[in-house]
Design a protein around this ligand. Sequence first.
Ligand code: ADP
Length: 311
Amino acid sequence: MQSQTKSIRVFAPATVANLSCGFDVLGCCLDTVGDEMVISITSEPGVRITKIEGADLPLETRKNVAGVAVEALLEAYESEVGIEIEIYKNIKAGSGIGSSAASSAGAVWAVNHLLDNPFSPQKLVEFAMEGEKLASGNAHADNVAPALLGGFTLVRSYAPLDVIKLHTPEDLVMTVIHPQIEVKTSDARSVIKQKVTLQQAIHQWGNVGGLISGLFTENYDLIGRSLEDVIIEPMRSILIPEFKNVKKAAMDKGALGCGISGSGPSIFALSKGMETAKLVATAIREVYSKTGLDFDIHISKINSKGIKIIE
Ligand code: ADP
């Protein structure tokens, strides 16, 4: 049995999944938006969520993604451990910037750290995916992988799981607008047709290859040309007010690309340099101000480290 009480506070970052062409496989990690969590090892075995601030989410272990993800980890860990979790939410649930992923990934990362890292990052992705399964009915890894590994990540394969960390060019900056309407991942998934044409597939895998090559060679023009989605965006963008106008405003200000963040309703624009990212933010704020909807805008460099301990 563990001795009472070892504890750490972590920053659990928001993430942008899909990145236009990479539905369910690509994602990247933000560094100015995220939750905080305090994770402790206690003497009483089992997983308990003792506090949640900033959001109305279930404290019940089996109903909270953090609880489910940690239970998956403890099942694979041979000895009995007690874990207590406090969650301080800044990322709104259903925002499309990985609210559920931040909790699942942050919790398993912190528990692994407290146990002296028995599990590899890839294994942690698997445990955190159990949380994603609870949130959306689908064990996707495109948010939890960048939260855990940092930077840009690719899920090359789901079975078996094969997650690859990509290169992060220094000058990339994200601008994200979160309209305060809730689009549940499960709803956003239900509007997607299950079949794609060969022509669409050719278009899309050309872009995935282009984007990955552009990241590794720091070719910003190629990154921009590759941020295109001919499959999901046409179907999902109808759920997001002013999507077309936001995209036009961002591209007019010089963004490399603009698309739906995860399952929406957040929209991301990727730019080269902070100056352009700020111009993009001003332009999209202007578009959204006319809607009467509440919204948040975040500007963030790419966080190449992922989850980290904070004092
Ligand atoms: P996002 O894309 O922002 O992660 P999702 O719709 O995928 O949003 O996940 C949010 C869902 O997960 C909500 O239904 C929420 O109640 C549920 N959930 C359970 N635990 C948590 C948690 N710790 N953090 C965020 N969402 C959680």
